[in-house]
Design a protein around this ligand. Structure first.
Ligand code: WT7
Length: 660
């Protein structure tokens, strides 16, 4: 839950910003230009979802038309049943067929800065993309990949990452992209769960001038699992790597002699498009299943209307997310390419070589829509206004945020310093499971208030309810649920039907439980308050506290560990860990460092605790449950007068507070 003080400051937030008067002119025509239009269209989308979504689906290409738009009910929902299509076709071939083959599809900016003072840039037209995707798709087939095989992708933010995902979609092989910051153990766990024998990686990835040894990590993963049979390696950093003959193949070698055409596999609307692992409240990440038709239609429409994408209006769209997360899947690649607006991919860090790197890129490429995370905005605020002020950001039209609640200060800074008080901010609430935006302003229509993700997108029946499914009163907190199926919802957790039903469809009867608490204000705007489970949101990245705990106790020195979220200036939520040690181990700075390193190795650097305390015992209830709320207080240095009557041993708490 969000800290109490935070809720109070947010409750007092009543500034309202209307879309700029000349917004429509500035974007070459606003799709949704007033609240009246929104309200009317929203009502229709709820009353007649099939009619609404059929019209949207008709804007895209289908090889065979669907029989029914939507069928089934939670948890087993189908969209566009009987329809045949291919998302890669709609991303690339459809653009070419419409005469846009020579238009820019992807603008890629490498991290290393060259002599010109800018990065290495590659622009791929839809024709270029077609050629590259087809050749790689043919290479995958030659490696034995066929429809239905799950392919793992573990790469940096290079164009070939987009090419690899699109090639998989083209031949009907679902991909499982693993963020390049994850460790070899994390790769092995995911590869095992998905039984994925082909891994696509790079020799290395650039990160702040250093090389992240991706291939080494894959090599280490192959020691932990027998599943991996083929490793395809893209040469990027030219760092030294080990090579296993027969198993490892260079990307350029296997593509060299391939045909430049590869027909699209005809995919059933409900065929799996990809798996994406995300954290939940147990230690084991879950493979979220997304299918083809509904995901395609929903990400296409949300991209179009939430960012007001218009081809032929000189727009350049940039989402800074890594393709390793759902934001990168939906809003770097799959929702954007069918809209015909160039999508920017940037390889590196926001502050490399200088804290103005993002703004330099915005200026040089004349970015019109910019989408990033609150954690990045807070970091920029801290680095200082001089960095954005050095650059001409006049091209910007729409600003977006995603991943975690944005504090009003950061929202205002984004609006003023980046948007010049002239760009609507779309604060988009959604999840890996939802596939696309669920609660979000529409830039030409919705009045916005700092910190609120405002109103549901079309077709989304969102509500805040009690456990009985009854809506709570205005401004009261409750469970955020979605009451009707939507096209891009997850279709399952890979290999774990029980967990799928338990997690999302059992607490509140007949509704999808998002796992967030929220409230709605008197203008009907939604405010996300925080997670209701043991999931924490660190820099907009989702982590399970249990994942970090199991990693800590897997170290020989740790007997028991408890991990909680703690407010963090930049990350939003930081990680605090409390560990009790085994006999023969004593607290020391050295042990602390090796534990942090251990977590980094087991999961990835993003999971390293910001605060680690050794303790003789953890505060527990008489029935042996760890009292996390007390630990949250200790970590945050606050004392919220919590009820400690069930605490088994009062001295534990006093000790934790007095120790450093
Ligand atoms: C969780 C989902 C959606 C892509 C990135 C994260 C939090 C997400 C917002 C927002 C407040 C947000 C929620 C959600 N979240 N967007 N605009 N305002 N909170 O995807 O890793 O699946 O995490 O992120 O807690 O449940 P994810």
């Amino acid at each position: 839950m969000t800290e109490t003080s935070n809720i109070e400051s947010i409750l007092q937030e009543d500034r309202v910003f209307l879309p700029p008067e000349n917004f429509s002119e500035r974007v070459g025509g606003a799709y949704i230009d007033s609240m009246e239009t929104y309200t009317k269209m929203y009502a229709r989308s709820i009353d007649d979802p099939d009619g609404f979504w059929a019209e949207v689906a008709d804007e895209l290409d289908w090889f065979e038309r669907w029989n029914t738009v939507s069928s089934g009910s939670f948890p087993d929902v189908k969209w566009f049943e009987g329809g045949k299509t291919n998302l890669c076709h709609n991303c690339i071939d459809r653009q070419i067929n419409m005469g846009r083959g020579d238009a820019t599809a992807i603008i890629w900016e490498g991290e290393p800065v060259g002599n010109s003072g800018s990065g290495e840039v590659r622009e791929l037209t839809y024709h270029d993309l077609h050629t590259e995707v087809c050749r790689f798709a043919n290479a995958l087939k030659e490696q034995g990949v066929s429809k239905g095989d799950i392919v793992t992708i573990y790469m940096g933010m290079v164009p070939e990452l987009a090419i690899a995902t699109l090639a998989c979609a083209r031949i009907g092989a679902p991909h499982s992209v693993i963020f390049g910051g994850y460790s070899s153990q994390a790769i092995a766990d995911r590869v095992n769960d998905a039984n994925s024998s082909v891994v696509i990686t790079c020799d290395g990835a650039w990160r702040r001038g250093n090389v992240v040894p991706l291939k080494d990590n894959v090599d280490a993963a192959t020691e932990l699992t027998d599943v991996i049979e083929t490793v395809i390696v893209l040469k990027r950093c030219e760092n030294e790597i080990a090579w296993v003959k027969g198993r490892d193949h260079w990307w350029h070698d296997i593509c060299e002699s391939q045909e430049e055409d590869c027909p699209c596999e005809s995919m059933d609307a409900e065929d799996m498009l990809f798996l994406l692992y995300t954290s939940g409240s147990t230690g084991k990440p879950k493979g979220i299943i997304h299918t083809t038709g509904g995901y395609m239609v929903y990400t296409y429409l949300t991209s179009k209307w939430v960012f007001n994408l218009r081809p032929d209006k000189n727009q350049v769209y940039w989402c800074t997310a890594d393709v390793g997360w759902i934001t990168g899947h939906s809003y770097v690649i799959y929702g954007v390419l069918p809209n015909g607006v160039p999508t920017v991919m940037y390889e590196g860090a926001p502050n490399f070589p200088e804290p103005d790197r993002f703004w330099e890129i915005v200026e040089r490429h004349k970015v019109t829509q910019f989408y990033t995370a609150p954690t990045a905005i807070r970091a920029f605020m801290k680095w200082g206004d001089e960095y954005p002020r050095k650059h001409d950001l006049d091209s910007l039209r729409v600003l977006g945020t995603v991943g975690e609640p944005i504090n009003p200060e950061a929202w205002m800074w984004y609006r003023e310093i980046i948007g010049g008080n002239n760009c609507p901010i779309v604060d988009t609430w959604w999840q890996t499971e939802t596939g696309g935006h669920m609660l979000t302003p529409l830039p030409g229509a919705t009045p916005t208030t700092p910190g609120s993700c405002t109103q549901p997108f079309f077709g989304i029946d969102a509500a805040i309810v009690t456990d009985d499914g009854i809506e709570v009163k205005t401004n009261s907190g409750g469970l955020l649920v979605i009451r009707k199926p939507w096209p891009s919802m997850l279709r399952g957790i890979y290999g774990d039907r029980e967990r799928f039903i338990d997690t999302y469809f059992s607490r509140v009867n007949g509704m999808y439980l998002a796992g967030d608490s929220a409230r709605r204000d008197s203008n009907e705007n939604f405010w996300i308050m925080g997670r209701i489970d043991d999931v924490i949101n660190v820099s907009g990245h989702r982590l399970g506290t249990m994942e970090v705990e199991s990693s800590l106790v897997s170290h020989e020195s740790v007997v028991e560990a408890a991990v909680v979220g703690v407010p963090h200036e930049i990350k939003g939520t930081g990680i605090a860990a409390f560990c009790t040690l085994a006999n023969g181990f004593d607290p020391s700075e050295e042990l602390k460092q090796s534990l942090l390193e251990h977590v980094g190795k087991e999961i990835g650097a993003i999971a390293k605790p910001d605060l680690l305390k050794f303790t003789d015992a953890l505060p527990k209830t008489r029935s042996g449950k760890i009292m996390r709320r007390l630990l949250r207080d200790v970590a945050a240095g606050t004392d919220s007068n919590q009820d400690v009557t069930t605490l088994e041993d009062f001295t534990v708490l006093a000790k934790l507070r007095s120790d450093d």
